[in-house]
Write a protein that binds this ligand. Structure first.
Ligand SMILES: Cc1cc2nc3c(=O)[nH]c(=O)nc-3n(C[C@H](O)[C@H](O)[C@H](O)COP(=O)(O)OP(=O)(O)OC[C@H]3O[C@@H](n4cnc5c(N)ncnc54)[C@H](O)[C@@H]3O)c2cc1C
Length: 394
């Protein structure tokens, strides 16, 4: 039976395309859809204010002392008038009835002809001991950024949990902003999962030169109140006194709504190549999504970065406008925003066996059976991203 024949009839053929979430995924999808279809009503429902901002800017805004409002590139009202959509701000979608093709919110029930879940990801909270465990902050939205800034006094001492991509970016940015930064990580080096050892060593040195202090192969065990500050107890027995603790230990796809609706979910909401979930007329894209189109060794993947969202938004807009389109992800190198040592990382797929080889100063290639499957560029070599991308066999 064809995909078309298996699809249940549309109960709300005149209803809106309904988008849940106003992050990069939600707004990019609407923008692409409007290029193809100016008529179909679009309703966006979002738990936040709906302002458009580039989330990656959150981890390089402290050095420039930017206020949260300055990070908003287009306020919600302007997005609404530019794109001709109806926006329900500060409204959480509580449940979805996929049979009736309706969502329920605190502001009522709304039918949809097609539903798009763009609910993003949540910061992972590690269980910590201590009477100030709840004071640990994470920055994954404009509101989080505002809350963190409000507590960040000049020259504050900040301890960052996690030396991954986001932890290193915050470390660089806060150090440039004049804050005293320490980073705690269970690995032995920054970005240990992503970089060849030599690149990791360079990054560690560059951030150390800025004044960042490291605590390797240990974790934060407890956070205790100590006057106006916090005493952070590490699992190696050390105690560090700081003014703020920032957790950057990773994000987890926000699949709660999809799960409650009975959709198939693993590490993200499962979608096929056309970004359709296990329910008819329901689609997903962005940090909440696990893409069949990004499968490696039979395992599909989440892709919590900007470039995959752009590719997914273009393909899904076509499908919603009536031309069923598979998303095809190109090679998507990620620029690490550590100005102390700029990096570009094109990571090999997780199932690819091989090894990192140094090519030139600041260029490493991941070689598998004589094929280049990924690369890392550092410093001035980051300008050679296009050239290196051409070497990669995907
Ligand atoms: C600090 C930081 C730096 C980053 N830097 C980079 C970078 O340099 N390069 C890169 O490629 N990527 C980077 N990323 C990742 C990138 O920003 C994300 O992949 C992208 O912004 C995710 O967009 P999204 O729309 O999927 O999710 P989100 O931005 O999380 O949006 C989710 C939306 O869903 C809404 N929502 C959730 N649940 C509900 C509900 N039940 N009802 C209604 N609304 C709901 C939320 O309010 C929100 O509007 C960074 C991420 C962070 C946190």
């Amino acid at each position: 039976m064809s995909e078309q024949a298996m699809t249940s009839p549309n109960k709300h053929p005149q209803g809106p395309v309904l988008v849940v979430g106003s992050g990069l995924a939600g707004w990019s999808l609407v923008r692409e859809f409007r290029k193809l279809d100016a008529e179909t009503p679009v309703l966006m429902v979002t738990a936040d204010a709906g302002d458009f901002y580039a989330k990656p800017a959150l981890s390089n805004a402290f050095a420039q002392n930017k206020q949260p409002e300055q990070l908003v590139t287009t306020p919600a009202e302007r997005m609404v008038s530019n794109l001709g959509v109806t926006l329900l701000q500060r409204t959480r979608v509580e449940s979805i009835d996929v049979q009736a093709q309706e969502i329920s919110t605190s502001k009522g029930t709304f039918g949809y002809r097609q539903l798009v879940l763009a609910t993003g990801a949540q910061a992972i909270r590690l269980p910590l001991q201590g009477d100030a465990a709840e004071a640990v902050l994470s920055v994954n939205s404009l509101e989080d950024y505002a809350a963190f800034r409000a507590q960040l006094m000049p020259q504050a001492r900040v301890l960052i949990m996690g030396a991954g991509l986001i932890g290193c970016e915050f470390a660089n940015d806060l150090a440039l902003g004049g804050y005293a930064v320490q980073v705690v990580d269970p690995n032995a080096a920054p970005l240990a999962a992503l970089l060849p050892e030599a690149a990791s060593v360079q990054l560690r040195q560059a951030l150390s030169d800025l004044g960042v202090r490291w605590h390797w192969q240990t974790t934060v065990k407890a956070v205790h109140k100590q006057g106006d500050a916090y005493a952070v107890e590490l699992s190696n027995g050390q105690i560090q006194t700081v003014d703020l603790v920032l957790s950057a230990v990773g994000l987890r796809a926000d699949t709660a709504l999809a799960q409650r609706a009975g959709l198939d979910v693993e590490r993200g909401v499962l979608v096929n190549a056309q970004l359709k979930t296990s329910a008819d007329h329901v689609y997903a894209l962005g940090d909440n999504t696990q893409y069949a189109s990004a499968s490696a060794g039979g395992v599909s993947r989440t892709l919590p970065y900007v470039m995959p969202i752009m590719a997914a938004a273009k393909a899904l807009a076509q499908t919603l406008a009536g031309k069923a389109t598979d998303v095809v992800f190109p090679l998507m190198p990620v620029a690490v925003k550590t100005p102390a040592l700029p990096l570009v990382v094109a990571a090999p797929a997780p199932d690819v066996a091989g090894e990192w080889q140094a090519r030139e100063q600041g260029i490493w290639q991941f070689i598998s059976n004589t094929h280049v499957r990924g690369f890392v560029l550092s410093g001035k070599q980051t300008a050679r991203r296009a050239e290196q991308s051409k070497c990669v066999a995907i």
